[in-house]
Design a protein around this ligand. Structure first.
Ligand code: SF4
Ligand code: SF4
Length: 152
């Protein structure tokens, strides 16, 4: 009799403890909800509004000036996604007859830009580059020149 009474009291106290803990957790959650409800939203209405990327961001490539077809970017590219066909003119100057970057394979490491002796290839700030076809994601010379930002 006494044991069952003590067991009942123990379960009653435990139940009260659980109830207090639940109410406390609920109030804590509500406090967080109300704090966030009145704070500035972190979401933005993309694509109407665009998020500013980090100064160190490496986006889509572009040609800043004429490439001299030295092949250093091809040699250093860890993804081997640059295709260069260099041609030598009568005066000994080289130019890229074909220059393509397969952006599907590119890992945007920026080593091509680091290696370029004439600062021809750069990685810009543009991150809006999508398509349904893989072929459309290969940048050729014309597209690399067209990708150059206006302030360059
Ligand atoms: S960013 Fe890196 S992976 Fe992409 S083309 Fe340049 S060197 Fe290759
Ligand atoms: S982009 Fe620069 S490193 Fe690459 S082939 Fe042209 S000049 Fe050489």
């Amino acid at each position: 009799m006494v044991i069952s009474l003590l067991t009942g009291i123990w379960w009653f106290i435990r139940g009260i403890g659980l109830l207090v803990a639940s109410v406390f957790a609920l109030l804590k959650g509500l406090r967080l909800t109300f704090t966030k409800f009145f704070s500035r939203p972190v979401t933005i209405q993309y694509p109407e509004k665009k998020r500013e990327v980090s100064p160190r961001w490496r986006g889509i490539h572009y040609f800043e000036r004429d490439c001299v077809a030295c092949g250093l970017c091809v040699a250093i590219c860890p993804s081997q996604c640059i295709r260069l066909v260099a041609v030598e003119q009568d005066d000994g100057e080289r130019y890229p007859e074909t220059y393509e970057i397969n952006t599907v394979r590119c890992i945007y490491c920026g080593m091509c830009a680091e290696a370029c002796p004439v600062n021809a290839i750069k990685l810009g700030r543009n991150y809006e580059f999508v398509d349904y076809q893989r072929e459309a994601l290969v940048l050729d010379k014309e597209r690399l020149l067209a990708n150059a930002p206006e302030e360059v």
